[in-house]
Write a new protein. Structure first.
Length: 450
């Protein structure tokens, strides 16, 4: 029986609560690989990997086989009972992660993993102040929402005590410039630490950061930045927490994005790609920090902690990423994507900066070629037109990140799929700009895709 779209949206409007971001006006009924299919069986290229999570594409057959096996035989256990997939996944991480990261455990969401990482840091250091970038996004639960500065801070309850913001390394928009006009990140960092030291009550526990700030606008720190940041944290007795929810498992062209910067965090939080669409996240740290946290009273027991089914999926995801050379694939397809985007930038005045690396890239949409002011409205119009033409590439429309496309296709995306997506994006931008010249743009819904 065919799905009635009118009835569907009527029920959605009546029974689904809004969570603050408008729903995309498309009904998706199935997904496979890089493609999703709407109620009319129209093929749409998914250039956000679902919620930035379907790293191997939708419904990967080997992942589906693991889910089937474990849903039939070993799905869920008490959080204090271990199973082979959980130990296997911890051992896999212990082998792949750089020393001294060797201790891991497993949760469900990115918010939960960063929340746990912050709790570990506080317990291990016996301190409570947490520093995060001013364009950060770390999740929606209380602790990590308190360390999130790019959205959701207004009209709410008080945040967790001890939250301190650090200037985000947004090179082109920073007021810190050298005499030749280039970005002076060293002076900006000095300023940031001076402000932190002035505000701190002497209880700096950790700095939590994304190696590429994603929801904040695909902001990539310059080379040398994270190494210096880590050094400054060490001076103050702080731990370094890397949140690789959106950058981990090969997406940026390295297995972990922090590797490019030649640093090793004290605590690593991962999610999204780790479960390839299944709710799975991880927290990894050193044996020394893990022991100190437990001695400091760390306790974490949640319903789906160390569940066997998602852990088995995580093992399979790591196996496929390594076996199929998907880290190199992300570099290759990322280079192809960047070359295509550069051609579009040369063609269209509305494209400002191109940011990111590998298969996590951002396109800044500007509303004026002179002032280069970002335009959420123009970006939303392009996003809507692209969807009409068969490409899902949502726009970020948050304070400080207006009009930024986040492009994050599956690591398995093919050469042909990248070319087709670039062609659709070309058509969408051209069509919207032509309509604007003719007298108006239908901006459509502005989507915040986290």
């Amino acid at each position: 029986m065919a799905l009635d779209s009118t009835t569907f949206w009527s029920q959605a409007d009546k029974y689904l609560m809004s969570t603050g971001a408008p729903y995309t006006p498309t009904i998706v009924t199935r997904a496979k690989g890089t493609m999703i299919y709407d109620v009319d069986n129209r093929e749409i290229i998914d250039f956000t990997s679902g919620q930035m999570s379907a790293s191997l594409g939708h419904c990967h057959p080997e992942v589906a086989a693991v889910v089937k096996e474990y849903i039939e035989n070993l799905d869920h256990l008490n959080s204090t009972i271990l199973s082979p997939p959980v130990v296997d996944l911890a051992a896999t991480l212990g082998r792949i992660l750089p020393a001294p990261l060797e201790k891991s455990y497993f949760l469900s969401t990115g918010s939960e993993s960063v929340e746990a990482a912050i709790s570990i840091a506080k317990r291990a250091t016996r301190k409570f102040e947490i520093v995060a970038f001013s364009a950060s996004y770390h999740g929606a639960t209380y602790g990590v929402a308190s360390a999130t500065y790019c959205m959701g801070r207004k009209h709410g309850s008080p945040v967790m005590p001890g939250q301190l913001a650090f200037p985000a390394p947004h090179g082109s928009r920073s007021p810190f410039r050298k005499p030749d006009g280039t970005y002076d990140w060293e002076t900006e960092m000095d300023f940031g630490w001076a402000m932190i030291d002035q505000q701190s009550v002497g209880s700096l526990a950790a700095f939590v950061f994304e190696p590429i700030l994603s929801a904040g606008g695909i902001i990539e720190p310059p080379m040398g930045y994270l190494k210096r940041l880590s050094m400054e944290c060490r001076k103050r007795g702080m731990l370094v927490i890397a949140d690789e929810a959106q950058t981990g498992l090969g997406r940026t062209g390295d297995m972990f994005a922090f590797q490019r910067d030649e640093i090793v965090p004290d605590i690593l939080a991962m999610s999204k790609s780790l479960g390839c669409g299944i709710a799975l996240s991880s927290v990894s740290t050193t044996a020394k920090i893990a022991e100190a946290a437990v001695k400091g009273g760390f306790l974490w027991v949640t319903t789906h902690q160390n569940d066997p089914l998602p852990a088995a999926v995580g093992c399979k995801v790591f196996e496929i990423v390594q076996r199929d050379g998907l880290v190199q694939q992300a570099r290759d397809r990322g280079d192809q994507l960047r070359e295509g985007l550069l051609r579009l930038k040369d063609k269209y005045w509305c494209i400002g900066e191109l940011r990111g690396r590998g298969l996590l890239q951002g396109i800044e949409i500007i509303g004026d070629p002179i002032t280069k002011v970002q335009s959420a409205e123009l970006g939303a119009a392009i996003s809507g037109k692209a969807l009409d033409l068969g490409l899902s590439c949502q726009i970020v429309s948050l304070p400080g990140a207006f009009g930024i496309f986040r492009i994050a296709p599956p690591l398995t995306v093919s050469f042909e799929e990248v070319e087709k997506a670039l062609s659709i994006l070309d058509q969408a931008i051209g069509s919207v700009l032509s309509a604007e010249l003719a007298g108006g743009v239908d901006t459509g819904p502005v989507e915040a895709h986290l």
